[in-house]
Design a protein around this ligand. Structure first.
Ligand code: NIG
Ligand code: FE
Length: 410
C-alpha cells in the first residue's frame, strides 16, 4: 500500500535524516520544525519520503489525498492513561462539587477502591469491549500511540484480568499500546492495617507472574501521602527493575511527597502528575533523564492548582503532557482539549504543548524510534486536520475536534 499526501498546507514536526532527536527540552520546545506546501509518501505504514511540493515525486500510489488547506502532524503519543476500567464514578463527581475532596472520598472507600469493586463484577469480555470503544474514541481525536495501566485489580486475579485486557487491546488495536503494572495504586481494604503485607504480595506474587507472562513493560506506584510512601515505592521499583520493568510513577499530585526524587533515584522513565513541585524537585530532575510528565486534565477535573510548566521548561528541562484518562480524576482522553488547558492554564505556547504530546510523549513510552516526529523510517501514524491556518488553531479552537482523518498503517 502506497499513500501520497499532496498540497499539505503545513507539515509539522519534521526531522531530518541526520538528526537523532529523542526529546526536546527547555528553549527548544518553543519550535516545531515544519514545511509549508508539502507532500508526504507512506508505504505499508511507514514514512518513506516528504518534502516541499516542488519536489513531489511522480510516483504511482494506491491512494492520493489532496490536503489543500489542511495540516499534517504526527499523531499524539498519550503516555499515561488508565483507559481500562469498568464504570464511571459520577456520584463522586457530584460529591466533590458538594465539597468532599478526592482524598476524603478515597478514605471513605470510594475512588480507586470503588473502581476495583466494579472491575471484579465485570466479565473480561465486557471490559475489553468497552475499553476498545474508548480507545477508538481517543484515536478519532488524534491519539496514535497509548500507554495503559492496570491498578483497579488490586489482587493477583484482578491485576491479571486488567493486564490481559490490555494485551488483547495491544493485539487488536490499530496503534501501539504499552502496558504498565500498577498494583501499587491503593491498599485494598483487607490490607489497610497490613500495608507491608500488600507490598510483599505485589513483589513476591504479582510481579513474578506479570513478568513471567510478559504482560507489562513498565511498573508504576502511586507515590503519595496516604497511599504508597517513598520507602515502599523504592522497594517496589527496585523489585520491578529485577524483572526488567522500568518505572513510570505517579508523583507529587497531592503533596510534595518525595515522589519526584525517588523516581529520579530509581531511574524512572517518567514521573507523572507534578501538581506539587518546586525548586527541590526541579533540581532533582536536572540530575537525571527522567521525563517530567504533566497531567493537567486531572488538575482541571479535580479543581486543583496546575503544574508549574513554565518553571520546568525555563529550567531547561523537557515537559511531556499526557491525558491520565481514568474514571476518577480525569474521565477524558481528549488531547486537543488537554492542549487548550496546557496553553491557557499552564501558559505553555501551542508549539511547546505540541512538542509535549508528540516527540516527548513518544520518549515517555520508549517509542521515540517509531513515533513522535515526521521522519523517514518512522511509523506513518498521522493526523490530517480540518482546514486551518496553523498549529496554534488546534488549542485555540477549544472543544472541537481538529481531526479530519487519522492515517494509521497506510
Ligand atoms: O492518576 N492518582 C492516582 N491515580 C489516578 C486516579 C485514579 C482514580 O481516581 O481512579 C490519577 O489521577
Ligand atoms: Fe494516573
Amino acid at each position: 500500500m502506497r499513500l501520497l499526501i499532496t498540497n499539505i498546507r503545513t507539515l509539522y514536526q519534521t526531522e531530518g535524516q541526520g538528526e537523532e532527536k529523542k526529546v526536546v527540552s527547555g528553549g527548544q520546545m518553543a519550535k516545531v520544525p515544519s514545511i509549508d506546501n508539502a507532500w508526504l509518501l507512506a508505504q505499508d505504514g511507514v514514512i518513506i519520503g516528504y518534502g516541499d511540493m516542488v519536489t513531489v515525486p511522480e510516483t504511482v500510489a494506491d491512494e492520493v489525498i489532496d490536503a489543500t488547506g489542511r495540516l499534517v502532524l504526527p499523531a499524539w503519543c498519550d503516555s499515561h492513561t488508565h483507559l481500562v476500567y469498568a464504570a464511571p464514578r459520577t456520584q463522586e463527581f457530584a460529591d466533590r462539587i458538594n465539597g468532599l475532596s478526592y482524598e476524603e472520598i478515597a478514605r471513605r472507600g470510594g475512588g480507586i477502591l470503588a473502581s476495583a469493586r466494579r472491575l471484579k463484577e465485570m466479565s473480561s469480555d465486557d471490559l475489553y469491549d468497552q475499553s476498545l470503544e474508548r480507545l477508538h474514541s481517543v484515536i478519532a481525536q488524534g491519539t496514535g500511540a497509548i500507554e495503559i495501566k492496570s491498578g483497579y485489580g488490586l489482587d493477583l486475579e484482578g491485576e491479571l484480568k486488567m493486564l490481559r485486557t490490555i494485551r488483547r487491546l495491544k493485539e487488536n488495536a490499530p496503534i501501539p499500546v504499552k502496558a504498565t503494572f500498577l498494583a501499587a495504586h491503593a491498599y485494598p481494604l483487607e490490607y489497610s492495617q497490613n500495608k507491608e503485607g500488600y507490598v510483599n504480595l505485589i513483589i513476591n506474587e504479582m510481579l513474578p507472574k506479570v513478568a513471567g507472562e510478559g504482560l507489562a513493560e513498565y511498573i508504576d506506584v502511586f507515590c503519595e501521602r496516604g497511599f504508597f510512601e517513598v520507602a515502599e515505592t523504592e522497594r517496589i521499583l527496585e523489585a520491578g527493575w529485577k524483572y526488567g520493568l522500568k518505572p513510570k510513577i505517579h508523583a507529587n499530585q497531592l503533596y510534595a511527597s518525595g515522589g519526584v526524587q525517588v523516581g529520579v533515584k530509581c531511574n524512572a522513565l517518567s514521573v507523572d502528575h507534578l501538581e506539587c513541585v518546586g525548586e527541590p524537585e526541579i533540581e532533582a530532575l536536572k540530575t537525571g533523564t527522567t521525563m517530567p510528565t504533566l497531567l493537567p486534565g486531572a488538575a482541571f477535573f479535580l479543581g486543583m492548582h496546575y503544574q508549574p510548566a513554565r518553571k520546568i521548561i525555563d529550567a531547561g528541562l523537557p515537559v511531556c503532557l499526557a491525558s491520565d484518562y481514568n474514571p476518577g480524576s480525569c474521565p477524558s482522553g481528549n488531547i486537543p482539549l488537554l492542549l487548550t488547558i496546557a496553553c491557557t492554564q499552564l501558559r505553555m505556547t501551542p508549539e511547546e504543548a505540541i512538542n509535549a504530546v508528540t516527540i516527548n510523549g513518544a520518549a515517555a513510552m520508549e517509542l521515540d524510534r517509531e513515533m513522535g516526529t515526521i521522519k523517514i523510517g518512522k511509523k506513518a501514524n498521522l493526523i490530517l486536520t480540518n482546514k486551518m491556518e496553523s498549529l496554534a488553531y488546534i488549542p485555540y479552537d477549544y472543544g472541537n475536534n481538529p481531526v479530519d482523518r487519522m492515517i494509521l498503517n497506510k
